[in-house]
Design a protein around this ligand. Structure first.
Ligand code: IFM
Length: 432
């Protein structure tokens, strides 16, 4: 959006689209790209902009409620693609399927539900970094509670297994559709509802009061005790969903991983055939490991990064940056640097042909995330920051600022550790 004087509009009624303001790809629509890939940079360096991005989602609550109602759910279910109105904008049909000769149905607007939890993940990260209680009181609590009500209505009770399940979704990997219990979706929904439980346990405002009176504390608690969270199996693999690990693998995946054109696989196989294989368009379980690092031990992280990378075509521009970060976290520095360079070439190099439709804003955000969370190894559990640096060989240090409970700090990270200075009082601490 542009102001009358031609400058991009800044404020609480717009967000950052998948292509920013650089092209017409995806028609200026806003995806999970914003909260998961782009927002971390703004939270740490320009928190007032992150606040505006969240306000855009607050203004989208009416559209989210409408979408939930249309699908027979309660609460607020955010659109997969959002624009000015806050209503669902995802097109219903896309490219011609090579087998049927008909336009393929786009299921993401109908089934890719994790975006709702992703928005709340961004909101919680913002609150942890800034301690902005005012935002929470006025907007955040409502967003957290209404989305948690959605997840409560979205889950299905499995009487045999005595657990809640989230069925028939698309997770981050868009080559896998209509699956039950996508691990990423279930864990992120859990975090969303957990935040709602915390709001009801400690927040003193009229909305929280009325939810408590209506029994939502007990419902959320029941949900959290019974939602199925796929655990690593005996080989330490977290199943991407209920059926993924039983599907066949491609014998010639290298053909598609090394192709100059993206999504070459869809020229050889129909969408349904791809859905029936262990092949990924983009990071899925790996995103979960990155967003909730405290949940999984180092061996599980390594096993899953290696397993799922081998199956990944990286056909989405959101994937290489995520894998650069993941490889850095597990200390596989040659691979990390390789993916990092490939990610930077998406818009700067010659291989990706679709920059004509605009830059890949999520990939750019993911590159920053790789530097901070992968190479500098910054991690927080909400209270403390820790650094586990893995700098590329030829890098001596990384210097950046970040927000810690509303205080701006500067970190200088080397492979030996991190020196952190708080701007206001200049106290320097050494972190490991
Ligand atoms: O949000 C992404 C999605 O994960 C993969 N396809 C492109 C979208 C917009 O960047």
């Amino acid at each position: 959006m542009f102001r009358e004087d031609g400058w991009p509009w800044e404020g609480d009624s717009c967000s950052i689209a998948a292509k920013g303001l650089t092209g017409e790809g995806y028609k200026g629509h806003v995806f999970w790209d914003t909260e998961i890939f782009i927002m971390p940079f703004f939270i740490q360096m320009f928190p007032e902009t992150a606040r505006n991005l969240l306000l855009y989602r607050y203004r989208g609550l009416a559209g989210a409620r409408k979408k939930a109602e249309e699908y027979g759910y309660s609460g607020a279910m955010y659109p997969w693609e959002a624009a000015a109105s806050g209503e669902e904008e995802t097109p219903l049909y896309a490219a011609i399927d090579i087998h049927t000769g008909k336009a393929a149905k786009v299921w993401s607007g109908i089934k890719e539900h994790h975006v709702t939890a992703d928005i709340i993940y961004g909101l919680i990260s913002y609150y942890r970094a800034t301690g902005d209680r005012n935002f929470m009181d006025q907007y955040g609590c409502r967003m957290i509670l209404e989305t948690a009500v959605f997840w409560y209505s979205r889950a299905v009770w499995n009487g045999d297994k005595r657990r809640f399940e989230i069925r028939d979704v698309i997770g981050p990997d868009e080559y896998t559709e209509h699956v039950d219990n996508n691990a990423y979706t279930n864990y992120m929904a859990f975090e969303n509802v957990k935040a709602a439980g915390q709001v009801l346990a400690s927040w003193d405002n009229p909305l929280a009061d009325s939810c408590r009176k209506e029994g939502w504390s007990e419902r959320f608690d029941h949900f959290l005790r019974h939602l199925y969270l796929p655990e690593p199996n005996e080989e330490k693999l977290i199943p991407q969903d209920d059926t993924f690990l039983s599907k066949k693998k491609l014998s010639n995946i290298e053909k598609y991983r090394n192709a100059d054109v993206r999504q070459l696989i869809l020229k050889d196989y129909s969408r349904n055939q791809v859905v029936d294989m262990q092949v990924l368009k983009q990071a899925d379980v790996v995103m979960l490991l990155e967003l909730l690092p405290e949940r999984f031990d180092a061996e599980t992280v390594k096993k899953n990064v290696e397993y799922y990378e081998a199956l990944n075509t990286h056909d989405s521009s959101l994937s290489l940056c995520a894998h650069a970060e993941a490889e850095a976290v597990i200390g596989e520095m040659d691979k990390a640097v390789g993916f990092f360079h490939q990610a930077m070439e998406i818009d700067l190099g010659m291989s990706y042909k679709d920059s004509a439709e605009g830059i890949h804003a999520a990939s750019l955000g993911g590159i920053v995330n790789c530097i901070l969370r992968g190479f500098a190894g910054i991690k927080t559990d909400g209270n403390m920051f820790r650094f586990t640096p893995h700098l590329p060989d030829h890098w001596q240090s990384i210097r950046f600022s970040f927000m810690d409970h509303g205080r701006k700090k500067t970190a200088v990270v080397t492979n030996e550790g991190a020196a952190v200075t708080a701007e206001e009082d200049d106290d320097t601490g050494v972190y490991i």
